[in-house]
Design a protein around this ligand. Structure first.
Ligand code: NAD
Length: 470
């Protein structure tokens, strides 16, 4: 499966219900995706349950070896996977996009393999002796979104497998082929039944996965709305949950910044993956004294970043992944315009052109309660809000129900850290936004979810802590 054609052939359905898949950049058909049913899901859960016994019996070292083999397999098919991801998701091959995502998938697989989790001795004195072990949960259900379909699926799959669980994954409807390809590549080396995929609608197949009494844990990444439904569905079986939900991350720029120095990081904070990133910078609060200069430097940088068809090597921004998301961005920018906000870049999509391209858009002098600020745009349209008192910026940053990430921009690290302590979010970046690392726990506060992925915390999250005492 080293070429795009052989990879596509390996995942093309030979029967059953299918759905046509179109490139969101060109509208061209790229293939057919299977649409499976709750009966298929039940069979997959049974396979996962049966395989889990042997998988858990392997030593940690044996499972680690399997994960490295899976990472090798991803690397061997990397270019084919990146091409498929680019064609289905829309993201360009270059920049922090398709090749980067496939590379991240193998990096995170190896990190999940190599993170040590030794038995912890809790008490060892005259009062007693106790150790903490981390045991497998059983079958983990994984449900992933369409923005980073391969990498986010890996974040769910790799730690789960490492800890002795087997996995049933349900990808998003509009990026089914990408995850199917990834799983197919990994399954060349994993034992049968350990990693299973079932496609199909979230409201039927996804819902049934969250309600199955045979599934001990759900790893979910997606919208807050669906996250709430999953919490309700988990009640009957006390199913464990890790919920990585929506975000509307704020950035606060303090008066002491050098606008030219921060422009590039500001841009990529907001526009990575063409804005379709959970922890992207989605509202930027800039102090009045540097407002015009920051805006000017940001626009100057943004207007030179090429957007276009993913397979064209020069592009680093792509289309929105689907029509629904295009309409959300379009509606929000139109609402901002109607309110009298100033569009300083973009905001003028060609609605008749092929593909779901929305131009890089920056909106200035916008009311802090405009819909483009308070709703999650999940696309390439950044509102820049003027403030005069940092207390006001902190209050505005904290007033939404979201709390995934935030950032503070300043030359004064101590001051930035003091402000970070007052921001209600799972991560606060200083002078950058959205960077992730396989050893640094990531997750949300407030309605952006609960639980943490990555590093030691991520491994513990897909296991049952068990005390052995005496
Ligand atoms: P979504 O919630 O619509 O769908 C996510 C997944 O849930 C899909 O696989 C879908 O089929 C499935 N699903 C839908 N209804 C379901 C149900 N009732 N039961 C079980 N599964 C169901 O989200 P999306 O539109 O694919 O992704 C965009 C959203 O995801 C944004 O809000 C974004 O911020 C969020 N997101 C969060 C993170 C994070 O780490 N916090 C990362 C990426 C995306």
């Amino acid at each position: 499966m080293k070429t795009y054609e052989s990879l596509l052939e390996a995942i093309t359905p030979t029967g059953g219900e299918t759905r046509e898949v179109f490139d969101p950049a060109t509208g061209e058909k790229i293939g057919d995706a299977p649409v499976q049913t709750v009966a298929d899901l039940e069979a997959a859960i049974d396979r996962a349950e049966a395989a889990q016994i042997e998988w858990a019996r392997l030593s940690d070292a044996e499972r680690i070896q399997y994960l490295h083999k899976a990472a090798d397999a991803i690397e061997a098919s990397a270019e084919a996977l990146a091409e498929l991801l680019s064609r289905e998701q829309g993201k360009p091959l270059n920049g922090p996009n398709a090749r980067f995502e496939v590379g991240g998938s193998s990096v995170w697989t190896r990190a999940a393999a190599d993170t040590p989790l030794p038995v912890e001795v809790l008490v060892d004195d005259e009062s007693g002796y106790a150790e903490m072990h981390y045991r497998p949960i059983g079958v983990v259900g994984a449900i992933s979104p369409w923005n980073w379909p391969m990498m986010i699926s890996i974040w769910q799959i790799a730690p789960s497998l490492r800890m002795g669980n087997t996995v049933v994954i349900k990808p998003a409807e509009t990026t089914t082929l990408s995850v199917l390809a990834l799983v197919t590549v990994m399954n060349q080396v994993l034992p049968e039944g350990v990693l299973n995929i079932v496609t199909g609608p979230g409201r039927t197949v996804g819902d049934a996965l969250t309600r199955s009494p045979k599934v001990g844990k759900i790893m979910f990444t997606g919208s807050t709305e669906v996250g709430k439904r999953i919490i309700q569905a988990s009640a009957d079986n006390i199913t464990r949950l890790t919920l990585e939900l929506g975000g509307n991350d704020a950035g606060i720029v303090l008066p002491d910044v050098d606008a030219a120095e921060i422009a590039e990081n500001l841009f990529w904070g907001g526009f990575i993956n063409t804005g379709q990133t959970c922890a992207a910078l989605k509202r930027l609060y800039v102090h009045d004294s540097v407002y015009d200069e920051v805006l000017e430097k940001l626009v100057e940088f943004a207007k030179n970043v090429p957007m276009g068809v993913g397979l064209d090597e020069q592009n680093v921004l792509g289309p929105l992944q689907n029509k629904g998301q295009f309409d959300v961005v379009d509606r929000l920018v139109e609402a901002a315009k109607a309110s009298g906000a100033r569009v300083v870049l973009g905001g003028n999509p060609d609605r008749d052109a092929p593909g779901y391209f929305y131009p890089t858009t920056i909106v200035a002098d916008i009311d802090p309660h405009n819909a483009l600020v308070v709703e999650e745009q999940f696309g390439p349209a950044l509102p820049v809000i003027r403030y005069t008192d940092v207390e006001e910026a902190i209050r505005l940053a904290n007033e939404l129900e979201f709390g995934l990430g935030a950032s503070v921009w300043s030359k004064d690290r101590a001051e930035a850290t003091r402000i970070a302590a007052r921001l209600e979010s799972g991560t606060v970046w200083i002078n950058s936004h959205g960077g992730l690392h396989p050893m640094i726990p990531f997750g949300g506060a407030k309605q952006s979810g609960y639980g943490r992925e990555f590093g030691v915390e991520g491994l513990k999250a897909v296991s049952v802590p068990q005390v052995v005492s005496g």
